[in-house]
Write a new protein. Structure first.
Length: 206
């Protein structure tokens, strides 16, 4: 006598499928977060900090400044004397070019550290492009040779910020207490996988 195979009750099949679907959602989200930067570019185009500050003034503020009387001008001059602001042009301190870490991780463009009128220092990327990846960060190290995670740990580094875009001009403010008396290397670093994507060894600007 033949036997008829029995199928598991519907509610049992559902009890298996629902947890599997719930688990699949975060797994797929993580896979997209890790993999999508390999196919997508993030393009930025930030103005130089001093230019950006000037363009932030609206027409009314510009008219008011143009119409300021002599007393206001004297007050502003006194304020500059106190804060150390001189109206001087930004000064390039260090500069260098990006190179890729290997055949799979490419980088190009320039990195320059400027000292601004108020004494602060800014790292600026120009004509910059790097292979995209998940959670890339901009690191600065007191060394002239970075090629791996071990090199970063040995030299030490400051994490300036997450990378704003893998293509385009962009600015990163440097900590006031950052020592720039020795060699300097900028590293584009993938934090989740601990991989160096690109580096720029900076030398004193001419």
């Amino acid at each position: 006598m033949s036997q008829t195979a029995t199928r598991p009750p519907i509610y049992k099949r559902r009890s298996v499928l629902i947890p599997a679907a719930v688990l699949a959602v975060p797994v797929l989200a993580l896979a997209w977060w890790l993999g999508s930067p390999l196919f997508l570019d993030t393009v930025v185009d930030e103005a130089f900090p001093a230019v950006a500050d000037a363009s932030a003034m609206d027409d009314t503020a510009a008219d008011e400044e143009a119409a300021a009387d002599e007393a206001a001008a004297d007050e502003a001059a006194d304020s500059d004397a106190v804060t150390g602001s001189t109206g001087a042009a930004p000064v390039a301190l260090y500069s260098g070019s990006f190179t890729g870490a290997d055949s799979s991780h490419q980088g190009s463009g320039t990195a320059t550290i400027y000292q601004l009128d108020d004494g602060s220092r800014t790292l600026r990327f120009e004509d910059f492009e790097v292979t995209n990846g998940p959670d890339l960060h901009v690191l600065i190290s007191p060394t002239d040779a970075i090629g791996s995670r071990e090199d970063l740990e040995a030299a030490g580094y400051s994490d300036l910020s997450g990378l704003k875009g893998n293509i385009g001009n962009q600015n990163y403010e440097l900590p006031p207490d950052l020592d720039l008396t020795g060699p300097v290397t900028i590293t584009i670093y993938c934090d989740p996988f601990h991989v160096v994507f690109a580096t720029a060894t900076l030398t004193p600007a001419a």
